[in-house]
Design a binder for this molecule. Sequence first.
Ligand code: PGA
Length: 259
Amino acid sequence: MLAIVKDDYDAMSAEAASLVADRMQKKPNLVLGLATGSTPLGLYRELIRLHRDEGLDFSKVTTFNLDEYVGLPPNHEQSYRRFMGDNLFSQVNLDPRFVFLPNGMANDIEAHCDWYEQQIGAAGGIDLQVLGIGSNGHIAFNEPGSSLGSRTRVKTLTRETREDNARFFASPDEVPRYAITMGIGTIMEARELILLATGENKADAVRAASEGPLTAMVPASMLQMHRKAYVILDRAAASKLSGEYVHTYHAASLVRRPR
Ligand code: PGA
């Protein structure tokens, strides 16, 4: 696990975008894992800018999103498919045939989860997976207590997660109770991981994930077992890491830029 601490949200987003763009340039048919939530919005904005201004090409890229609410149709304002359409897909040249999200309206959800895993396998596995972190330490919708070897399946959302996400819905009761999510085992098979966190309300979760014991009660702590996991933080999200740790990586950048 390599922590990179940037001064603020924009610098964190730019760092993450440099890494994604670097991998896309090295492998035009990259298999890219995507996340929803407020945190990756800056990354997506920067990727859109790189596409528009510098010709970053998504035409051969395959994407797999981490999760989707159960019971929301794809065009629902708060569905993750809609979120991705609005915030990335409609503004870059991805081929819709190569864009995958779980379908929260699937009739046979278990069969659908198996199909999703098969599609990831058929694409050759995920090269680079983008992750956020919940204030409770979840990754995707793998809530505390999730099996560390889990695969794509339905999870019940915790009260904390539903409260965190209530800001997007008209009332807390409208937040779905269930979601389809890649498992921790699925995520850990990605060849590289980038976890992004911003703001003070993520500082405890970041500390527990990075420096605490490996435990299913903090699903993000599993990243400590990954060979190429980059944790890109702003100062506030890094504020509870031990001083030495932050000092070591403070000035680092993941991608060498031409001078
Ligand atoms: P956020 O969500 O980016 O909206 O904070 C992250 C998460 O819950 O994984």
